[in-house]
Design a protein around this ligand. Structure first.
Ligand code: SR1
Ligand code: MG
Length: 404
């Protein structure tokens, strides 16, 4: 019998005993320091470290309620989903996701590699640091984890088995509400709108019925297009970076959905980094961000076609012209999802620090308006987006339209 045989939410004081019971990682009698370092909206993340050997490891546990809202309860099974997906992705994208040592479906916790040599990408970008490897790494990660889990590559019954085991209704519902519904009507009264933008948001988002129709179409596409095993929350807070590499983590929102959702999240979050850099006058950083956005789309497309030719197994998917057609639909979805993420992080309940920490109110109001105008262009005109430059041009058009 162990006290970890039934679920409870651990505190720092519980975690050293937990790790020693579960894994032979530290020598017996090692002096362990435990610190809770979780920064997301949902989970508890403990770093366990031995000063003498400098060895460290992470325990991540799912709580029964969200950290950002005690009233919102969600299944702790998300920890199993996240662990199993990371194990699968480690196979497809080695060196680009953290290593999972073990997961525990009783305590709803997993034990994983500590990435303390890396920095959370959102915070690094808020310090206006640049990462020359990012576009290359994130596109390798996306092509390998996305294309390899589609029906184009995977045996169809095997793929359907994955659809079943990674069905993730509760976390998908959060996305359906926070991304695809509330930003357009505040139906659950939890949007966070900067007061000086209240009228702007009313006109541009709440009163725009043509926009609502497009978002409604996209919502049902998100819910019904079981295209690939997507990360589901690929913002810059789900990425660790340093000058040598990139690690994508936190795929607890993963399920079989449209690939464009992941790619669009990356692009939108680069634009948030631009907002922050622009408010601080960091011109070189802003230029790097836009160049990176172009590279993310263009490298994704290039690598996708190479990987497609090497890995395609479905007979009909080998038809001449199909790869290009299929990729084109992914880029259209990417444009739409870039817009959806830009909007929901600007007016919804889960915002991004890149924008919320802009202290000068006038600059923040401006950044939010740029995001919304660019987003609408990406959603409504999504079928016109083909290259990386099309995404950056949409952002520059919004900037130009709002400059007085
Ligand atoms: C209620 S959870 C809010 C957001 O945090 C996660 O990272 C997802 O982006 C989710 O939408
Ligand atoms: Mg997260």
């Amino acid at each position: 019998m162990s006290r970890f045989d039934s679920y409870f939410l651990m505190k720092e004081a519980d975690v050293a005993e937990y790790i020693n019971e579960k894994l032979d990682f530290f020598a017996s009698g090692a002096q362990l320091e435990v610190k809770e370092i979780g920064d997301g909206n949902l989970n508890y993340v403990f770093r366990i470290r031995e000063e003498k050997t400098r060895k460290s490891i992470i325990v991540k546990q799912a709580g029964e309620a969200l950290r950002i809202s005690a009233e919102m309860k969600i299944s702790t099974d998300r920890n199993r989903i996240e662990s199993e997906i990371l194990l699968l992705q480690y196979k497809y994208a080695p060196g680009l996701v953290p290593k999972i040592y073990q997961y525990d479906t009783v305590m709803c916790a997993c034990i994983m590699e500590d990435l303390s040599d890396y920095q959370l990408m959102r915070y690094a970008l808020m310090e206006h640091k640049t990462f020359p490897r990012f576009a290359d790494d994130v596109t390798t990660y996306m092509v390998n984890t996305l294309l390899n889990t589609t029906d184009v590559v995977m045996e169809h019954k095997e793929k359907k088995g994955l659809v079943k085991s990674f069905i993730n209704p509760e976390l998908c519902e959060i996305t359906e509400d926070l991304v695809y519904t509330e930003p357009y009507n505040n139906v659950n009264k939890r949007n966070l709108v900067t007061p000086a933008n209240a009228q702007f948001v009313q006109k541009e988002l709440y009163d725009d019925e043509a926009l609502h129709l497009e978002v409604a179409k996209l919502k049902f596409e998100f819910m019904n297009n079981a295209q690939a095993l997507i990360h589901g929350d690929l913002h810059t807070g789900s990425v660790f970076v340093n000058q040598q590499g990139t690690r994508v983590f936190d795929p607890e929102f993963a399920f079989y959905g449209p690939m464009g959702y992941d790619i669009g999240n990356v692009i939108a979050n680069l634009f948030f980094a631009w907002d922050n850099g622009n408010a601080a006058g960091a011109k070189d950083f802003c230029d790097w961000v836009l160049k990176t956005a172009v590279e993310v789309i263009d490298l994704f497309k290039k690598k996708f076609l190479v990987c497609y030719a090497q890995r395609v197994t479905d007979v009909m998917a080998k038809t001449k012209g199909f790869a290009e057609y299929y990729l084109n639909t992914i880029i259209i979805d990417t444009a739409a999802c870039t817009g959806l993420e830009l909007i929901r992080r600007t007016v919804g309940m889960a915002q991004v620090k890149d924008v919320t920490t802009i202290a000068d109110q006038e600059k923040r109001v401006f950044a939010e308006r740029v995001n919304i105008i660019c987003a609408k262009d990406c959603i409504v005109n999504r079928r016109n987006f083909v290259t990386g430059d099309d995404f950056v041009q949409a952002f520059l058009r919004a900037l130009k339209a709002l400059k007085v």
